[in-house]
Design a protein. Structure first.
Length: 229
């Protein structure tokens, strides 16, 4: 039994009840909220291990909730959406979400996603200190320095950068990177890697504006550019 606290934020009570039931069966301590404007005060008072966050919410929509949470917290967030267009899906990830699931969904799939994201974010540190080019990555502290300055990364971005930095100049396919950071490779979800790479580049570029540390290998995937290798 994990007893990790999962917060479900969804305005349809029936969906909340079903998700909480499945999460409880999987060994989690699940609770729910039905309004977006209740999330931030609740998280400050009772920080969860992960949030399942619907986009369409009264009070404050899920996108705004995610944006506000990311100002002070790296809690893993899985967005729930009934919107099927790719822009809305990726927008949730650009705001700092770790994954998304589209309605209608299988509760078992949601639980599998929760397990994968938590496994990534709560895994014990390996005690490694990786250095490549301008990047210094400390797994014990979950800290990344770029050009000597700290960069705040989400758990997903941290795992993605770690994989790239550990193998300088090696080209990773989107599928390989998806397995590294998500723990699964569902068909159609490789596009999420593009968004995580985009966010990673933005953060790194502010520290090292004169070099492209992560580059695209068209038709294949991405690689970390270390001039010393």
């Amino acid at each position: 039994m994990t007893n990790h606290q999962i917060l479900v934020v969804e305005d349809e009570v029936k969906i909340c009840q079903v998700l909480c039931e499945y999460l409880t069966r999987a060994g989690y301590a699940a609770s729910w909220l039905t309004r977006g404007d209740e999330v931030l005060p609740n998280v400050r008072k009772n920080p969860p291990a992960l949030i399942l966050l619907d986009i369409m919410l009264p009070g404050m929509d899920g996108m705004e909730v995610c944006r506000e949470l990311r100002k002070t917290s790296n809690v893993p967030i899985i967005m729930i959406t009934a919107r099927v267009d790719e822009i809305d899906r990726l927008l949730g990830l650009e705001l700092g979400a770790d994954d998304y699931v589209c309605k209608p969904f299988s509760p078992r799939e949601v639980v599998a996603r929760v397990k994968a994201v938590l496994r990534r974010s709560l895994s014990p540190p390996e005690g490694k200190h990786l250095v490549a080019g301008e990047i210094a990555l400390d797994e014990d502290k979950h800290q990344v320095l770029v050009g000597g300055r700290e960069v705040k990364l989400t758990p997903c971005e941290f795992q993605l950068l770690k994989a790239l930095v550990a193998h300088p100049n090696r080209v990773f396919s989107r599928g390989e990177l998806l397995n590294v950071v998500q723990g699964y490779d569902f068909e159609g979800y490789e596009r999420t890697i593009d968004t995580h790479i985009k966010n990673l580049r933005k953060k790194v570029a502010t520290m090292v504006p004169d070099r492209e540390l992560v580059s695209t290998v068209y038709g294949i995937g991405y690689k970390f550019n270390d001039p010393d290798v």
